[in-house]
Design a protein around this ligand. Structure first.
Ligand code: PEP
Length: 253
C-alpha cells in the first residue's frame, strides 16, 4: 500500500513571511493519513525545517548538484540540503530542463547523489505540447524514465512526478484518461525494470495546474498517489484543501 503524498514546489517564490503558512498547514493536518512535503527556495529550508519539527511535514530542496562538494559556484549538494533539514529534493523539473539544459543523464546523476545523501528524489518527467500532439508522449516518458531514474531507486527513496510541460502554470490539465494512461505506463516500466516489489512501491505524483477544484477527480485516477503542486502550494488556503482531498482519497482506498 503506497502512502499518498502532497508535495508543494514554491519555485523561486516566497520569503520568511510565507513560512507562517507552514504553521497553519501543520496545525490543520497533524496526524494526517498522507505525507506532506514543501520545497521552498534553498534560503528558507533551514527555517522551514525548524517550523516543521515535530509535525508531519517534510521539507525538500528543488535541485541539487551531482557531486558531493567542489568548485561549483552557486550550486548546492544533496548533503548540504540534508544538513539544512531537507529530506527530499525535486530533480529534473521541466523548468530546470528548459532553463538550465539539464538532461535525463544529469538528472540520474543528481538522483544518485540524493540517494547517497539519504534524500528522497522526486524525479520529474513530462512531454511538451508538440510531443503530445505528435503522439509521442509515451516514447518521451519512457525515455525519460529509463535515463533519469538511477539503479539505486527504491520505493522509499524515489518518487516520480508526471508533469506535462504544457500543464504547468497554464491552468490546462490532461483528461483523467490521459493521466491514467501515462501513470499506468510508468508503473509498468518500473515493474519491468525493478521487479514488482520496487516497481509497485514507488509513488507516482501528477503535477500540472492541480487546484482544490480539480484535485478530487485527479486523485481517483489509477496509479496517482498524490500531486506535485506549484502555484497552489504558495497559499495555505489553496494547498490545505488539496491535502484534505488527498486525505479523503487515502481514507477511501
Ligand atoms: C510545478 O511546477 O511543478 C507545477 C506543477 O506547477 P503548477 O501547479 O503551478 O502548474
Amino acid at each position: 500500500m503506497r502512502r499518498k503524498l502532497a508535495a508543494g514546489n514554491w519555485k523561486m517564490n516566497g520569503g520568511k513571511a510565507e513560512l507562517d503558512g507552514l504553521a497553519t498547514l501543520c496545525a490543520e493536518h497533524d496526524g494526517a493519513a498522507v505525507d506532506i512535503l514543501i520545497c521552498p527556495p534553498f534560503t528558507l529550508i533551514g527555517a522551514a525545517a525548524q517550523q516543521a519539527e515535530g509535525h508531519a511535514l517534510a521539507i525538500g530542496g528543488q535541485d541539487c548538484h551531482a557531486s558531493e562538494a567542489g568548485a561549483h559556484t552557486g550550486d548546492i549538494s544533496a548533503r548540504m540540503l540534508a544538513e539544512a533539514g531537507a529530506t527530499a529534493v525535486i530533480l529534473g523539473h521541466s523548468e530546470r530542463r528548459a532553463d538550465h539544459g539539464e538532461t535525463s543523464d544529469d538528472v540520474r546523476a543528481k538522483a544518485r547523489a540524493a540517494h547517497a545523501a539519504g534524500l528522497i528524489a522526486v524525479i520529474c518527467v513530462g512531454e511538451s505540447l508538440e510531443q503530445r500532439e505528435a503522439q509521442n508522449t509515451l516514447d518521451i516518458i519512457g525515455g525519460q524514465i529509463s535515463s533519469s531514474v538511477p539503479d539505486t531507486a527504491t520505493g522509499e527513496n524515489t518518487v516520480i512526478a508526471y508533469e506535462p510541460c504544457w500543464a504547468i502554470g497554464t491552468g490546462l490539465t490532461p483528461t483523467s484518461d490521459q493521466i491514467g494512461e501515462v501513470h499506468d505506463f510508468i508503473r509498468t516500466r518500473l515493474e519491468k525494470r525493478f521487479g514488482a516489489g520496487v516497481g509497485r512501491s514507488v509513488r507516482l505524483l501528477y503535477g500540472g495546474s492541480v487546484k482544490p477544484g480539480n484535485a478530487a477527480e485527479i486523485f481517483t485516477v489509477s496509479n496517482v498517489d498524490g500531486a506535485l503542486v506549484g502555484g497552489a502550494s504558495l497559499k495555505v488556503d489553496d494547498f490545505s484543501p488539496i491535502v484534505s482531498v488527498l486525505e479523503g482519497a487515502a481514507n477511501a482506498s
